[in-house]
Ligand binder design. Structure first.
Ligand SMILES: C[S@@+](CC[C@H](N)C(=O)[O-])C[C@H]1O[C@@H](n2cnc3c(N)ncnc32)[C@H](O)[C@@H]1O
Length: 465
């Protein structure tokens, strides 16, 4: 078996062969424990599974010809005609990397790669409760401190800039921050999303406590003015959202995202597609890395003109949409309605006509969807569940559908429920658990590094039967 590492954001495709064994623990890079269960003997499991999970012995570093990262966070010129000559403009279109040395072109983009950051509000090291940053410590130990993040390598300058101005706003606001729900206070998290064009969406979460509608309007107007015409205008936000939230997380259905100004969506270019992203929708935090991940998924899945591609937990539909041209049909299932609307918009905008997206819980939709497709065509399933893993009914439906011979399981957290999912997809038939179909066999595991400078990594697992 080959085990490949795809480094996110690298500008060109290169192959590096390493004689080291990755999954047996002598990792040639720091993302260890990707398959914590990889070397464990499970009763009744096929020898093939264990062999394939443990015998990786070379690393592919596959790079991508693209120019991303902080360079794109420059404010777009508003000076009318561009200063470049026609020749330069043509070179920018045909050979966009011509300004960089070839060594530069080969370098991975490992800094400032995040397109989304969520900042908390709490007491800083100096005791100021209006500090915007990331938590250190634990609630259990009562030693939580909020630390500004401008030195963190994975966060782009723009995100830190918006966070710093949010802190300026909070410190001049007469309202208190909400540190603990039961202690009152209002100002909460800030989420910043950016795209390759430097467009910036900010989302402020606010606990309304006992405020009246009029008092809420005053606060919304204050933060809008601050970022539109006040000191925060330097952030040049493309849009500002406000969400009243009395829970840790609220969906748009539970408490709508209120647009205070600007564009309702942010758009990202991905594998030649223009993707629409709503404030509530999931999108991989490293766009260049996501392109590599989806290309990997496409290659592993072997999807072709004769196959139906099932994209389970599809978010904005990026996996299915990027592979639609190779498949006979794409069927996407996603819980968040706004994300499904984004997927439909993206399909229509990009002229993709063979995709269907269903809004709702995969555990409800998948069984009837598979029933309607059983026996029609081979089905390739791609699952990319949240950290909590797949519902057992989804596992049962996949396992018991004979048309699915190939499954690509994508996860950034192979622990807990996700490990159980893989176990149940690959274990011998178990009638008590209604796992009746032939077991899948894990053939290949491909880590894709979407999160440089962290211990996290996406892993694409190819299972066939
Ligand atoms: C890790 S994201 C993957 C999104 C997408 N595949 C991508 O690459 O952008 C997981 C997605 O699963 C969705 N989700 C969570 N629970 C779900 C469920 N029970 N049924 C369907 N989708 C669900 C989330 O809303 C989220 O969009």
């Amino acid at each position: 078996m080959s085990v490949c590492l795809w480094m996110a954001g690298i500008r060109r495709r290169v192959l590096v062969h390493s004689p080291r064994c990755f999954l047996s623990g002598v990792a040639p890079f720091s993302k260890q424990l990707l398959l914590p269960w990889g070397a464990r003997q499970l009763p009744g499991w096929s020898r093939l599974f264990l062999d394939t999970a443990c015998q990786g012995n070379f690393v592919h570093v596959i790079a991508k010809n693209c120019q991303r990262g902080q360079k794109h966070q420059k404010k777009p010129s508003r000076l009318g005609p561009p200063e470049s000559s026609w020749q330069e403009r043509l070179a920018d279109v045909v050979t966009p990397l011509w300004r960089l040395s070839y060594e530069e072109q080969l370098k991975p983009v490992i800094n400032g790669y995040r397109n989304k950051s969520t900042f908390s509000v709490n007491r800083g090291p100096d005791g100021n409760p209006k500090t915007v940053g990331y938590y250190l410590g634990t609630w259990r130990d009562g030693n939580v401190v909020c630390v500004q993040s401008s030195h963190l390598k994975n966060i782009p300058e723009k995100h830190n800039q918006v966070a710093q101005y949010y802190e300026v706003f909070l410190r001049q606001s007469p309202l208190e921050p909400c540190l603990l729900f039961h202690e009152g206070g209002h100002w909460r998290e800030l989420t910043v999303r950016t795209n390759h064009q430097g467009h910036t969406m900010a989302i402020v979460t606010f606990h309304p406590q006992e405020l009246s509608q009029e008092e809420l309007c005053v606060q919304k107007e204050a933060i809008k003015e601050f970022f539109l015409r006040g000191p925060g205008a330097v952030c040049d936000l493309t849009s500002l959202y406000f969400q009243e939230s009395t829970m840790t997380r609220c969906s748009h259905q539970q408490s709508p995202y209120q647009l205070l100004f600007g564009e309702p969506y942010i758009f990202e270019g991905l594998l030649g597609l223009k993707i629409r992203i709503s404030p509530d929708a999931f999108f991989q935090v490293n766009t260049a890395g996501a392109e590599m991940l989806y290309q990997t998924v496409g290659e592993l899945s072997g999807v072709n003109a004769n196959t139906i591609l099932l994209d389970i937990c599809c978010g904005t539909g990026a996996i299915g949409l990027s592979l639609a041209q190779h498949a006979s049909q794409v069927l996407g299932i996603e819980l968040v309605e706004q994300a499904v609307e984004d997927a439909r918009w993206t399909a229509a905008f990009n002229g993709i006509t063979n995709c269907e997206f269903h809004a709702g819980r995969a555990e409800k939709i998948l069984p009837w969807l598979l029933k309607s497709k059983e026996g029609v065509q081979p089905v390739v399933a791609v699952v990319n569940p949240p950290r909590a893993g797949l519902h057992h009914r989804v596992v049962q439906a996949i396992r018991n559908c004979r048309a699915i011979r190939t499954l690509v399981f994508v996860s950034c957290k192979l622990h807990g429920e996700t490990t159980r999912n893989i176990t149940e997809l690959c274990c011998p038939p178990d009638s008590a658990k209604k796992l009746l179909g032939e077991p899948f066999v894990l053939r290949q595991a491909v880590p894709v590094d979407l999160f440089p400078h962290t211990a996290h990594c996406e892993l694409a697992l190819l299972c066939t039967r």
